[in-house]
Design a protein around this ligand. Structure first.
Ligand SMILES: Cc1cc2nc3c(=O)[nH]c(=O)nc-3n(C[C@H](O)[C@H](O)[C@H](O)COP(=O)(O)O)c2cc1C
Length: 214
C-alpha cells in the first residue's frame, strides 16, 4: 500500500470508512496527510487553515464524548426518529451512528480549522468554508494513498446544527483561540472493510452542457 496508487484509483475508491482498526497510525503518515492538505488552494492563497492532530487517548475520548452527545440528539433522536425519512437517508444515517457511538475508538482524529469565524455576510462565506474543504479532500485522498480510511464529520464542530450541552465542546477540548473555527473532524485509521467505488447517482444526471438543461 503506497503512494504509487493512481490518482484515478484514489478518487474512485475513496469512500467513508467509518469502521477503523485500533492500530496506531505512524506519525510520519499523519504528518504527510497534513502536508498534503496544505497543498490545496485557498481564497487569495491566504492559507487560513490549521490542523490539530489528536492521538492522545484522553483527548480522543473527549472529542468522542462531544460528538456522541451531538450525534445522539441530531441523528438518533432527530433524523432517525422521523418515520417519514427515505430508505436511502435512513441507511446513510444508520451508518453514521457508528461514529456517534464509537468515535472514541479512532486511533487518530484530525481537526481541520480555519482562522476567523464564519462571516455573517453570506456573499463571502463561500470563500471562508471554501478555504478548508479542498484541503480536507486532499487529506482524504492522501490518506487513501497510505491505506488509511477517513470520514469527513462536521457535526459537533463550530457550525453544527446542535451544540453540546453536557460535554465540553470540541473547540474547548482542543484549546482553540477565540478567533479560530473548527470546521471538520476527520477520524483516521486502517479500515476494517474494503475500499470501493462510492455509491453515487449517475454523473450524467448532474451534468449540463453549455446551458442548464443542455
Ligand atoms: C460537508 C460534509 C459534512 C459531513 N458531515 C458528516 C457528519 O457530521 N457525520 C457523518 O457521519 N458524516 C458526515 N459526512 C459524510 C457523508 O455522510 C458521506 O460523505 C456521504 O454519506 C457519502 O458517503 P461515502 O463517502 O461513503 O460515499 C459529511 C460529508 C460532507 C461532505
Amino acid at each position: 500500500m503506497g503512494d504509487d496508487l493512481s490518482l484515478h484509483e484514489a478518487i474512485f475508491s475513496t469512500r467513508s470508512m467509518r469502521r477503523l482498526k485500533p492500530d496506531p497510525v505512524p506519525r510520519a503518515d499523519l504528518d504527510y496527510l497534513i502536508e498534503a492538505a496544505t497543498m490545496a488552494p485557498s481564497a487569495g492563497n491566504m492559507q487560513m487553515w490549521a490542523f490539530v492532530t489528536v492521538t492522545d487517548r484522553d483527548q480522543v475520548a473527549r472529542i468522542g464524548a462531544a460528538y456522541r452527545e451531538v450525534g445522539e440528539r441530531y441523528i438518533r433522536d432527530g433524523v432517525l426518529a422521523d418515520p417519514d425519512i427515505t430508505a436511502d437517508r435512513r441507511r446513510v444515517y444508520t451508518q453514521a451512528m457508528h461514529n456517534v457511538e464509537r468515535l472514541d475508538e479512532a486511533p487518530a482524529i484530525v481537526a481541520a480549522c480555519l482562522a476567523g469565524r464564519a462571516p455573517d455576510d453570506a456573499d463571502v462565506s463561500s470563500g471562508f468554508f471554501g478555504s478548508i474543504f479542498p484541503a480536507v479532500q486532499n487529506l482524504l485522498l492522501a490518506a487513501r494513498a497510505r491505506g488509511l480510511g477517513t470520514v469527513l464529520l462536521t457535526l459537533a464542530t463550530d457550525y453544527s446544527p446542535v451544540k453540546p450541552e453536557g460535554t465540553a465542546p470540541v473547540r474547548e477540548v482542543l484549546g482553540l483561540p477565540d478567533d479560530v473555527t473548527v470546521a471538520a473532524l476527520i477520524p483516521v485509521g486502517y479500515p476494517q472493510g474494503p475500499w470501493g467505488r462510492p455509491w453515487r447517482e449517475d454523473w450524467r444526471t448532474r451534468h449540463h452542457r453549455e446551458r442548464w438543461g443542455g
